[in-house]
Design a protein around this ligand. Sequence first.
Ligand code: NAG
Ligand code: NAG
Ligand code: NAG
Ligand code: NAG
Ligand code: NAG
Ligand code: NAG
Length: 501
Amino acid sequence: MTIYRQTLLLVLFSLWVVLVASHGKKKNMGVTYDGRSLVVNGKRELLFSGSNHYPSSTPDFNFEGNYDLVKFIKLIDEMGMYATLRLGPFIQAEWNFGGLPYWLKEVNNITFRTDNAPFKYHMKKFTKMIIKKMKDDKFFASQGGPIILAQIENEYNSIQRAFKESGTEYVQWAGNMAVGMKTGVPWVMCKQKDAPDPVINTCNGRNCGDTFTGPNRPNKPSLWTENWTAQFKRFGDPPSMRAAKDLAYSVARFFSKNGTLANYYMYHGGTNFGRTSSSFVTTRYYDEAPLDEFGMQKDPKWGHLRDLHVALRLCKKALLWGSTSVEKLGDEQEARIYQNPGSHVCAAFLCNNATRTPATVTFRGKEYYLPQHSIRILPDCKTVVYNTQNVVSQHNVRNFRKSKNANKDRKWVMSRDVIPTIGDCHVKEQSTMELFNQTNDTSDYLWYTTRVDLDDDDLPMRIDILPVLQVHNLGHSMHAFVNGEYIGWAHGNHIEKTFTF
Ligand SMILES: *[C@@H]1O[C@H](CO)[C@@H](O)[C@H](O)[C@H]1NC(C)=O
Ligand SMILES: *[C@@H]1O[C@H](CO)[C@@H](O)[C@H](O)[C@H]1NC(C)=O
Ligand SMILES: *[C@@H]1O[C@H](CO)[C@@H](O)[C@H](O)[C@H]1NC(C)=O
Ligand SMILES: *[C@@H]1O[C@H](CO)[C@@H](O)[C@H](O)[C@H]1NC(C)=O
Ligand SMILES: *[C@@H]1O[C@H](CO)[C@@H](O)[C@H](O)[C@H]1NC(C)=O
Ligand SMILES: CC(=O)N[C@H]1CO[C@H](CO)[C@@H](O)[C@@H]1O
């Protein structure tokens, strides 16, 4: 288990364009980039990509027993897709301890994710090990394999300030360390404005078309490494949906503003098996993604995005080689145009940013009706092939039936816990010890026992006033027993973590 966590990678695979690109004869010119896009085997590319945490996938995709990353990358290659290797080692990913193994916490003098020698030692060792595994099987595009991009760290900027200069040092160190691995493919750092050259700083977010401040050098492309297709759920959360229309708007907007790669997070949801989850996160992980927990299409999201990708691909030449301009069409309406002067290559995005009101605009002598919060895509600057607000893809519903097969040999097992007395406790301390530390992250349960001797003077005189047991701890939930008798339970939630019992 520990070894597995250590090698958990977030693998993203790209769809569509990629299928075409890799069906030709393989060249291994590797991957570079310019101010427009990634340059794969010598050619600029538009890339559509979807995140998948393969260990959370349905059983026919679950390499149980070995969690075989190598096998997974091979499969991606066989399917004619590319991969982005986001190797962390801290990956967040709503996973125990963000993917870091428990033992790392016990390393002498370690401080995670900052300019700290023990942490850097282990981070480098891990990165080297993964890169070697990938190189041994010739998985990098520079070796003829499917990996076209790699990521070090993850959204570090959310904690960077707490570490002051040491945080800044660490970012530089991490970027340089990764580049030093010589993979022949570019590295990215997401949400990291100060990513050191030649590492590309990329956007994570819901509306990168409007929120991304852009690459930190003109010779780096605009890439979107995480865009929520919904939101992961925590126990007690209301249902979370992100409408297909809204998602399509954001992606179209990003591509209308120099974007050339978008990765959906998640594209395929999954299941948190066993204890593989972070606190309060539900077992069902990202079921609202275009491919649900079971790998089935969720429509219209899946179809509406497919149609969007087709429309964007029709604009490929203009997007990758055209020069950009903007034409104001109204207060909140604009056209974003990619055009090659002196050629017929031209693509336009007609955008209505008003959230409530539709508008009719005139573009190059023709009238266009733009629903509220919508983008129309015109791959020849004349013909509308796609409108983010106009969902033509069918809605589907999912039904569940009991599976005879799955329920055939089911065996239920019951076990009985012995309620320990103080004499049974292995560790005796004056204050409660940390659970994570005591169990080495092998269990979420731990008995804490204390003994309080009361004599008659301690007990209230009136029988309607009961003694109060107060437990101060940072655990998530508690079952309480007094004199071997169950007296009740209490728990916190992700917003209000503490509770009083
Ligand atoms: C840990 O830090 C202390 C105090 O800075 C130092 O004395 C000790 O040698 C360090 N231990 C290791 C294993 O680096
Ligand atoms: C897109 O890139 C061009 C240069 O290639 C630049 O002039 C323009 O400002 C960029 N647009 C946005 C929205 O970043
Ligand atoms: C579009 O509207 C949003 C909020 O309604 C605003 O934050 C954003 O700046 C607007 N973008 C443009 C290009 O007008
Ligand atoms: C728990 O943490 C303490 C202090 O950091 C350490 O000395 C001890 O070895 C840890 N316990 C286990 C079981 O690892
Ligand atoms: C946790 O790890 C420590 C040190 O490796 C070991 O002594 C202890 O027995 C382990 N405890 C559990 C509950 O696995
Ligand atoms: C993972 C990630 O970047 N998530 C972002 C998705 O978009 C929302 C809204 O912009 C952000 O709050 C999340 O951080």
